[in-house]
Design a protein around this ligand. Structure first.
Ligand code: ACO
Length: 326
């Protein structure tokens, strides 16, 4: 049996910082409100002229470097994003070209903030079937591009960035032990970007109405998020046959510290066992988990052989989790 695992990780975030104090100048809010309600202190924002593929490509380069694998060895690139460079061609194709990954097939996947987990699940299946040996999974989003900086209930939350992992066959007890994926389209209206697709095309009128901006029902999303994180984690642990006490690090989607803490307390985990980056980067959609994984590896929070659970939730509604031995 072939099992897929992580061969390397990488990430990339813009240099430009948007702090809570900056936001105080833009909308009616305060540093205190943002920190107590969300845990976010600052986020990174890409310059005009930059795009998702720029950050995603850099994250992929770093993942390849850390694995000691060259771009022309990559068989497939899967990019999880809700802010592609454009509707088509796929951002993964632009990344493929920038990387010089000449042999690789490439496509995008849309599962909002759960996209990284969905892409890991799909890509590990490609490896476990024997079809591919080296798959780059990259989650990249510039949420600033679809954020309304006049809407204080959303603009304080989001940031830009990308994270990548190189997957390949691994030996011994390493690799992905289980996945749990789910969706509930009845909640599609809780979190969406209404315009720009076939239902409401991007026209002057839709832009004037602000329909090209991300819209969110914060409280509904919050309630769903806590439930989804807890139940998905429970299912993935059960499938993998492991106990929450056995895991070395939980890497949750970085949306709100109160969501993370609610889940953490439910599992009886201490703070040291949960990766948090949202104070620095805000919510970067599904990149948040990929960036957090890369930072956990680079900071030595996790090492080869450690047991991790990565769990996310988001628009769709969607959720997903995986148990992974590094
Ligand atoms: N500054 C000051 N006041 C604010 C701000 C702000 N930035 N935003 C909202 N308020 C006000 C509201 O207007 C409201 O005032 P009112 O009581 O006079 O009406 C009050 O604060 C409370 O608002 P709530 O919406 O009840 O605040 P809540 O505690 O629910 O926090 C938040 C809002 C942070 C959005 C929270 O609901 C949340 O985090 N939800 C989940 C969001 C999430 O996880 N999204 C991502 C999921 S998927 C993805 O990543 C894309």
């Amino acid at each position: 049996d072939i099992r897929a695992g992580v061969l390397g990780t990488g990430s990339s975030v813009p240099e430009k910082v948007l702090s809570n104090t900056d936001l105080e100048q833009m909308v009616e809010t305060s540093n205190d409100w943002i920190v107590t309600r969300t845990g976010i202190e600052e986020r990174r924002i890409a310059n005009y002229g930059e795009s998702t593929s720029d950050y995603a490509t850099l994250a992929c380069r770093r993942a390849l470097e850390s694995a000691g694998v060259s771009a022309d060895e990559v068989d497939l690139i899967v990019c999880a994003t809700v802010t592609p460079d454009m509707m088509f061609p796929a951002t993964a194709c632009l990344i493929q070209h920038k990387l010089g990954a000449n042999r690789a097939a490439a496509f995008d996947m849309s599962a909002a903030c759960s996209g990284f987990i969905y892409a890991l699940s799909l890509s590990s299946a490609f490896i476990e079937s024997g079809r591919y040996k080296k798959v780059l999974v990259v989650a990249g989003d510039l949420l600033s591009r679809i954020t309304n900086y006049e809407d204080r209930s959303t603009c304080i939350l989001f940031g830009d960035g990308a994270g990548a992992v190189l997957l390949g066959p691994v030996k011994g007890d390493k690799g992905f032990l289980a996945f749990d994926l789910g969706a509930d389209g009845s909640g599609a209206d809780f979190l969406l970007q209404p315009a720009g697709g076939s239902s409401i095309p991007a026209t002057l009128e839709s832009v004037e109405k602000g329909l090209h901006y991300l819209q969110m029902s914060g409280q509904e999303t919050f309630k769903f998020a806590v439930k989804a994180m807890v139940s998905s984690t429970e299912r993935v642990l059960e499938t993998a046959g492991i106990d929450i006490k056995d895991i070395d690090l939980l890497i949750p989607h970085q949306a709100n510290i109160r969501i993370i803490d609610a889940a953490r307390r439910r599992f009886g985990l201490n703070e040291g066992k949960v990766m948090v980056t949202l104070h620095k980067y805000g919510n970067t959609s599904s990149s948040s988990m990929a960036i957090a994984l890369d930072e956990a590896v680079r900071e030595g929070r996790v090492k080869a052989g450690d047991l991790l659970v990565i769990v996310g939730f988001g628009g769709g509604l969607t959720w997903g989790s995986t148990a992974l031995r590094l």
